[in-house]
Each structure stands twice: as structure tokens, then as C-alpha cells.
Write a protein that binds this ligand. Structure first.
Ligand code: AN7
Length: 420
């Protein structure tokens, strides 16, 4: 079938815009834009079309806002594994825990799902330059997809606060990397203004097309669960684009009659950068921003999440919540999943595991529930946090005896082994 018809719509005042415009917010009221499809006119059996294609972002072509297939810029994004975690489940006191390992994407984070669509849209709109502000992963991903498309790429990052792996990626792919003496929120404000007055295409999550790509993680989860829907989805939150995108997918699936129930959306923020968690807890109707966000999870070191309104709706409509976790809890969770499941994730991703642990302890997640945690980025992005935490490996002479001595149990360990 051909694509479903779509347009842009303001989430506040409902103003509609044609999808072939370069526009990042509502001209009437400044509200966030969303891509809306004419789902009532989908005639094909989508499940049947999807089943014949490999698990990937583009498997869900009908629900993606692209008109010219031949322009698609792809690096093989999506199709990440959904791992059932028996050992971690047992440790946390759950029965049915799965993790969606987004670190398997081409540049090592979930951002690739958005960039394949966003950069394709840049080509459709005939924009020669693309740009973003980033805490790291967005810049790594945009730089790679821009290179693939032959577009010029500009990225603004907070100086000294981006993990080396990510900065390295942006550099090697040839992006113009500009470090600003300020935080992510400052960088986003600046680049948004520049893109509004220059022919440069903004690919932060204010861009509703990018978020359409990100929603495919939810479509994959449903397919990987054999058509089932989790009770809870747990996802780390920074700018709050991802949680909004995932919820949008479940809403669309419900509207299409492809699912009946929807999951509760659970966001997790870092304590030093938790404007949404704090504002919801205080019962505020608006999110109060954090001036100087701080956390070891630099990917989510964000004080003014631009998509807060979409995220709050996702949480309210789904009956979910937003939790916050300390840096210490994040680091412990990162180590826990690495040791129990063999999955190495970056600190921001570990926020979801840390949040899950807290919510199980508080009985806000029940032992019998089917839970899926989104692991948003690969651990190798940010090896520094691990190197700083662990003692250096022992060093011995290059002889068999020395190595044997080093691997033999200490007296205390030996006693423990005999005792058990
Ligand atoms: C690993 O790269 O914002 O709530 O500029 O890299 O959709 O912002 C990264 C965000 C979670 C939060 N996990 O997602 C950026 C950037 C990882 C991330 C998030 C990010 P959103």
C-alpha cells in the first residue's frame, strides 16, 4: 500500500500544517507539533504487511512520514534484541522482565531510529545542512546519518560534559563540533534560534519527524512479544522526546485496532536533573525547570525538557508516573545488569533499571507484571565512569606461577567455598 496521509498538528491549539514545511513549533501559539496520520483510511492489514519484512525501523513504513522511498537514509537501524532477564528479574523480585537493548543500533543508541527518518526528511525538504544541540548521543547519530546522506552537519555540545565515545563519533563523521560554555539547555536555545532564521534543518526532538522514527521501538516490542503489550514500559527521560514517541506508537496501535490495552509509561530522571518528576510530585500543572542540572548520567543532564508537555500527557493518559534516582543508584544498576545479564549500558540507560528497582521496592510495580525497560545507549560510549569506579586490574609477572597465584582464591574465599 502507499503511505497513509499525514500532516503536522499543534498539540495545544490543534492548528494544522502541511508536512512539507520547515517548521518546529506552532505559528499561532508556539506549541509543540506532532505528526498525525489519517488512520481511519488505512485499508491494508498492517500486521500482514509487517510480518513479511525484517524487524527494523522501516518495517513500519506505513506509519512513517516519508513520501519518497528512494531518499531513505539508512544504516540498518532498529531490529534490536528484546532480552528476557531471568537473573536480573530474580534479583529485583520480578517474574517477567525484558530489556530492549537499543545500544545495538548503528551508532550505539536509540537516536538512530529518529535520525534515519529525520535525515531522510532533510533530503525531502532539500536542506543542505542539518544541526542539533546534544548531550552526546544525538550528535553522534546525526553526524553519522548526515555523513551517509552527504549533508553538512553542525552540533553544539556543552563543553566538558559529553562522554568521550560520543564526542569521538561526531568528530570522525566530520561534523562541525562546537563546544559551548554552558549546558545542553543553553545549546538547544541557541541552535533552535539559528535554525529558525537560517536554512539549516534542526534535528533535535522538537522536530516531530524525528520522533516518528523513535516510536518504532514500541512497534518492535509488540511484535517481539508476539502481539502482546507490556504492563509497564520504563524509560530514562532527558528532553522527554522518547517517552512521548513511545506512547504515541501505542496510541496509534490502539486506534488502528491492533492492540486493546496500552502499557503504563514510567519515566526515570536523575535526581539532579528531575524537573518532570519533581513537578509531578508537587502536583504542578506546568513543569518547573531546573537551572543547573547535574548528574553523572550526562546524556540526561537536562533541566528544561522541551517535550515536557507531550511527556506529561503520555504519563497521565497511560496511568504512569515519573520517578527519580540518585547517581549512586544509577551506577549500581549499571553494574548489576552488566554482571547479571552481560549487557553493558551507559549511565543514562541504567537510570531505567535503577528506577525499576525503586518502584518494585515501593510496590508500585507488581511482581507479576510484564515489564520492558528501554536501554537507550551502549556502555562503551562512556567508559570513563567505569574506569573511575573500579580498582585497576592486578598486574603480575609474565609467568604461569604468578598468574596461578593471582587467580587462586584467597584464604577467606577458600573458607567460604568449603563452608558452602
Ligand atoms: C542514552 O543526545 O538528549 O528523553 O542530546 O542519550 O528523549 O531526551 C540524549 C538523551 C536517554 C533521554 N538515554 O532521551 C542528546 C540527548 C540516552 C540518551 C536519553 C538520552 P529523551
Amino acid at each position: 500500500m502507499g503511505e497513509v496521509d499525514f500532516h503536522l498538528e499543534c498539540i495545544d491549539c490543534g492548528a494544522e500544517y502541511q508536512a512539507d514545511q520547515v517548521i518546529y513549533s506552532c505559528r499561532r501559539c508556539g506549541g509543540l507539533l506532532s505528526v498525525e496520520y489519517d488512520l481511519s483510511r488505512v485499508e491494508a492489514n498492517l500486521d500482514e504487511s509487517w510480518r513479511g519484512r525484517a524487524l527494523s525501523v522501516w518495517r513500519y513504513r506505513e506509519l512513517l512520514p516519508i513520501r519518497e522511498d528512494e531518499k531513505i537514509v539508512s544504516l540498518g537501524e532498529g531490529g534490536t534484541s528484546l532480552n528476557r532477564c531471568l537473573r536480573l528479574s530474580e534479583d529485583l523480585g520480578l517474574k517477567d522482565l525484558y530489556v530492549k537493548n537499543e545500544g545495538e543500533n548503528p551508532t550505539g543508541s536509540f537516536k538512530d531510529r529518529g535520525m534515519t527518518v529525520g535525515v531522510t526528511k532533510a533530503l525531502e525538504l532539500e536542506m543542505g545542512r542539518v544541526a542539533c544541540a546534544s548531550t552526546g548521543n544525538t550528535s553522534a547519530s546525526l553526524a553519522a546519518y548526515a555523513a551517509r546522506a552527504g549533508l553538512e552537519c553542525i552540533v553544539l555540545v556543552p563543553s566538558g560534559k559529553v562522554a568521550y565515545g560520543k564526542l569521538t563519533q561526531a568528530m570522525i563523521h566530520g561534523a562541525k563540533v562546537i563546544q559551548i560554555r554552558g549546558n545542553f539547555d543553553d545549546a538547544l536555545g541557541i541552535i533552535t534560534k539559528i535554525c529558525s532564521s537560517h536554512p539549516i534543518y534542526l534535528l533535535n526532538s522538537l522536530n516531530p519527524f524525528r520522533l516518528e522514527g523513535q516510536k518504532t521501538v514500541a512497534l518492535e516490542i509488540r511484535d517481539q512479544l508476539g502481539g502482546g503489550v507490556p504492563d509497564k514500559i520504563v524509560v530514562p527521560v532527558g528532553n522527554a522526546g522518547n517517552i512521548s514517541a513511545i506512547w504515541k506508537a501505542f496510541r496509534e496501535l490502539r486506534e488502528l485496532g491492533l492492540i486493546e490495552d496500552t502499557p503504563q509509561m514510567i519515566g526515570v530522571q536523575a535526581e539532579g536533573a528531575a524537573p518532570i518528576a519533581d513537578s509531578l510530585r508537587r502536583g504542578l500543572s506546568k513543569v518547573e525547570f531546573v537551572e543547573e542540572p547535574e548528574t553523572i548520567a550526562t546524556a540526561i543532564r537536562i533541566g528544561s525538557p522541551v517535550n515536557w508537555k507531550k511527556a506529561v500527557r503520555a504519563v497521565r493518559e497511560s496511568g504512569g508516573l515519573v520517578e527519580k534516582v540518585s547517581d549512586e543508584e544509577i551506577l549500581k544498576a549499571q553494574e548489576l545488569i552488566a554482571r547479571l545479564e552481560g549487557i553493558f549500558i551507559e549511565p543514562a540507560s541504567a537510570a531505567s533499571i535503577a528506577g525499576l528497582k525503586k518502584l518494585v521496592q515501593r510496590r508500585l510495580i507488581d511482581r507479576d507484571e510484564l515489564v520492558v525497560c528501554i536501554l537507550t545507549g551502549h556502555g562503551l560510549k562512556d567508559p570513563g565512569v567505569v574506569l573511575e569506579r573500579f580498582p585497576k586490574p592486578v598486574e603480575v609477572e609474565a609467568t604461569e606461577e604468578d598468574v596461578v597465584r593471582a587467580i587462586m582464591p584467597t584464604e577467606r574465599e577458600a573458607m567460604k567455598i568449603t563452608a558452602s
